[in-house]
Design a protein around this ligand. Structure first.
Ligand SMILES: [Zn+2]
Length: 314
């Protein structure tokens, strides 16, 4: 009997999906050493896998964005030799996509309006991260006379288990430890959680490598991926860099901006923070040479779990 041409005669092993990584800074100021560590880890992981590395400006929170910061970030990445692929995605141009995702959730009863003010929630319990656990006040309808302010996701009960490539197997009961979280804010802006999930799917991101401050955002993003029918990327959260006082480097702790020239020293320091100290023979090497060496050496297993790294003195 002749083979049915519609039926494959043998099952070929499917090719693994292409590696697509991304770096997604907020243009609220220039990059500092801590953001370089996250960018470098993401870039190395993509390049070592022969993958693409996309850039996305997370300028969703318009009031916090600083004019010119996005351009400064691009120049800083270029100075460090971290070249991205393709056009830079910009979240402030993506409201239609976020609105469509929210509408899809609302249509299925998975998002609901919330009238609670910050003051009303001030006494609500907090989780281990210090975040308010939403007590569900508006879950079954707005209180009489109250107007909708924000939109919240109706988080299904149960535990979200996930594997982080650096932290190992983790789990969180999002419904209990976070509660119904905001997907559209009272000021009308779409919430970070919704935008990042929609954009990672839109850009085809297969691997997220980012700072450990976002580790406990992952389960709620996975809840959104599940409810929106989107794929979940692989996750890795690199350690945060702290200053001499043990504070996370940030604009709030006055972390100095990365230089736009002579990046070799900070790049070598960032590699050390990621468990990949360059050999003495590469002291003073140009960024391109350091990156070529590091791409060949990169093993995410060597990245330390804990944020015990203080930025070395310049
Ligand atoms: Zn409420």
């Amino acid at each position: 009997m002749p083979a049915d041409p519609a039926q494959p005669v043998a099952t070929l092993n499917p090719l693994p999906p292409p590696y697509i990584g991304r770096f997604a800074p907020s243009p609220t100021g220039p990059l500092h050493f801590g953001s370089l560590v996250a960018a470098l880890a993401s870039w190395l992981d993509a390049r070592a896998a022969g993958g693409r590395w996309l850039l996305r400006m997370e300028d969703l929170d318009r009031p916090r964005c600083v004019a010119g910061a996005a351009d400064t970030i691009l120049r800083q990445l270029e100075a460090c030799g971290l070249q991205w692929d393709g056009a830079v995605a910009v979240q402030s141009e993506r409201d239609d996509a976020y609105a469509a995702a929210l509408d899809a959730l609302i249509a299925r009863g998975l998002a609901y309006p919330c009238a609670c003010t910050r003051a009303q929630l001030a006494q609500a319990p907090r989780n281990a991260e210090g975040e308010i656990v939403y007590p569900g006040t508006c879950r079954n309808g707005l209180p009489a006379g109250a107007g909708a302010r924000a939109w919240r996701l109706r988080v299904p009960p149960g535990t979200v288990a996930f594997h982080d490539r650096i932290h190992g197997n983790l789990r969180q009961n999002v419904a209990r430890e976070v509660g119904d979280f905001i997907v559209r804010r009272a000021d009308g802006l779409f919430a970070y959680q919704l935008a990042v999930v929609v954009d990672d799917a839109w850009q085809g991101v297969s691997h997220v490598v980012r700072g450990a401050d976002l580790l406990w955002n992952t389960p709620r993003q996975m809840v959104l991926q599940t409810l929106l029918g989107l794929a979940t990327p692989a996750y890795a959260h690199v350690p945060l860099v702290t200053n001499a006082a043990g504070q996370k480097l940030s604009k709030q702790t006055l972390a100095p901006a990365l230089p736009l020239t002579a990046c070799s020293t900070v790049l070598a320091q960032a590699l050390a923070a990621l468990g990949h100290s360059p050999p003495a023979g590469l002291a003073g090497a140009a960024p391109a040479e350091l990156l070529a060496w590091a791409s060949g050496q990169w093993q995410i297993e060597r990245v330390p779990v804990h944020s015990t790294i203080a930025k070395p003195s310049p």
